[in-house]
Design a protein around this ligand. Structure first.
Ligand SMILES: NC(=O)c1ccc[n+]([C@@H]2O[C@H](COP(=O)([O-])OP(=O)(O)OC[C@H]3O[C@@H](n4cnc5c(N)ncnc54)[C@H](OP(=O)(O)O)[C@@H]3O)[C@@H](O)[C@H]2O)c1
Length: 376
């Protein structure tokens, strides 16, 4: 019988990375293996793949078989912190962690799943463990950019988050499946107490990217910050997406609007689409996330912007998750379930990530240079 505050194994000191040899998971496991050698475990359904990956780390990362969709058995007995790098169908694994007082984080970008984990906050409190969500690039770093840009405004009206992803990057299967699912999503956003119904890629806007001094067209997309930041920071937020190639951004948005993306929702068509995306890459692996927070200072309208840029969105997600995991492993955060912006101060977090060639910038704009496009 496990009682609150007590872990299953008295020597529970391991960090388990579920999906730890996947595209993002391997960045997290490698990064943590450098800091906590011999304490990090890369886990997944294929033990041989886990072992092959672990062997390349020269013993810094260990391997373990684990299937999140079945009983975890004793796979968590020596674990202090679990990091999940795949989309979960339910919260069974999260509950298995909290009942063993294991700290939990994941890189999910699915607002509905995040809400289910947040609903387990009383359980985390009861067992003395902490769950941290919104951990990655978007959500994750973007949540902290909004927090940073809003801090020096007297009052805040709203925020917009603009993300550019590189189509030249090799994305993992789970990330591409997530993108197809979200492209077909109808979602609701709370904007100053009115509920707006949106569909990914259905509305577009042109905006001035202050960090790059140029205009770009973005499309509405179902990313989670617009669902969480109104609750955690009290800021109505919009999420907007583009790809590094301008023609490809418009082609993908058009294909989505005429229903083409629905063809790849599942089955053999989806498998072929994923292979195609991984094989034929167009453009670079450059990414950018820029947030604009609109408010007032000294009675005058003012926007603060903050951005992060670099190469490899998967790598940036892994590095951000690893940085959060280091803190969760070492620091006694309050028990419960939180989004990153509720526990972490942006400045020190960004300083730590700057060591990995992620470039952070910030500034102010006195006018709103955004133009809504009715029918792109
Ligand atoms: N927050 C952000 O900014 C952000 C950015 C990028 C991606 N993501 C999210 O990150 C996740 C991972 O993306 P990725 O590109 O790394 O995908 P990936 O390369 O396909 O990795 C998924 C990993 O999970 C393992 N796995 C799958 N099902 C499992 C199960 N039932 N039990 C245990 N392990 C299982 C896979 O190995 P086996 O199949 O061998 O088990 C694989 O190692 C996605 O959910 C994506 O949405 C978030």
């Amino acid at each position: 019988m496990i009682t609150p505050g007590m872990q299953a194994g008295s020597q529970a000191e391991k960090i388990l990375v579920a999906g730890g040899y996947g595209n993002v998971g391997r960045i997290i496991a490698t990064s943590l293996g450098e800091v906590f050698p011999g304490r990090v475990i890369a886990a997944g359904r294929n033990l041989e793949r886990a072992q092959n990956f672990a062997a390349k780390t020269h013993g810094k990362v260990l391997a373990r078989h684990l299937d999140l969709s079945s009983d975890v058995g004793n796979a968590l007995d020596d674990v202090k912190l679990a990091i999940v790098c795949l989309d979960q169908a339910d919260t069974r694994f999260v509950e298995a962690c909290l009942q063993r007082s294991i700290h939990y984080t994941d890189i999910s970008a699915d607002a509905a799943f995040m809400a289910q984990v947040m609903a387990l906050a009383p359980g985390f409190e009861h067992y003395g463990a902490t769950a941290v969500l919104s951990v990655g690039l978007s959500p994750g770093i973007t949540n902290l950019l909004v927090k940073q840009a809003s801090q020096s405004l007297e009052s805040v009206d709203h925020a917009n988050i603009y993300v550019i992803l590189g189509l030249g990057e090799v994305h993992g299967d789970a990330s591409i499946r997530w993108m197809i699912r979200k492209a077909n999503q109808v979602y609701e956003v709370n904007w100053h107490d009115t509920h707006r119904q949106m569909k990914s890629f259905d509305s577009a806007r042109q905006t001035w990217l202050a960090s790059e001094s140029r205009n770009r067209t973005f499309f509405a997309f179902d990313l989670p910050e617009q669902h969480t930041l109104p609750n955690t920071l009290g800021i109505p937020t919009g999420n907007w997406l583009a790809f590094d190639s301008v023609p490809m951004t418009h082609l993908i948005a058009f294909s989505n609007r005429i229903g083409l993306m629905k063809l790849f929702q599942r089955g053999i068509r989806q498998t072929l689409f994923i292979h195609g995306m991984q094989r034929f890459r167009i453009g670079s692996d450059r990414f950018l996330a820029e947030v604009h927070v609109v408010g007032q200072q000294n009675g005058q309208p003012l926007s603060h912007w903050a951005s992060v840029g670099g190469f490899g969105e998967g790598r940036a997600t892994g590095l951000a998750a690893a940085e959060l995991a280091k803190r969760l492993y070492r620091v006694a955060f309050p028990p419960g379930a939180y989004h990153i912006e509720q526990l972490v101060e942006p400045e020190s977090f960004f300083e730590a990530l700057s060591a990995y060639d992620l470039v952070f910038k910030a500034g102010s704009l006195t006018d709103d240079r955004t133009r809504q496009i009715a029918h792109p």
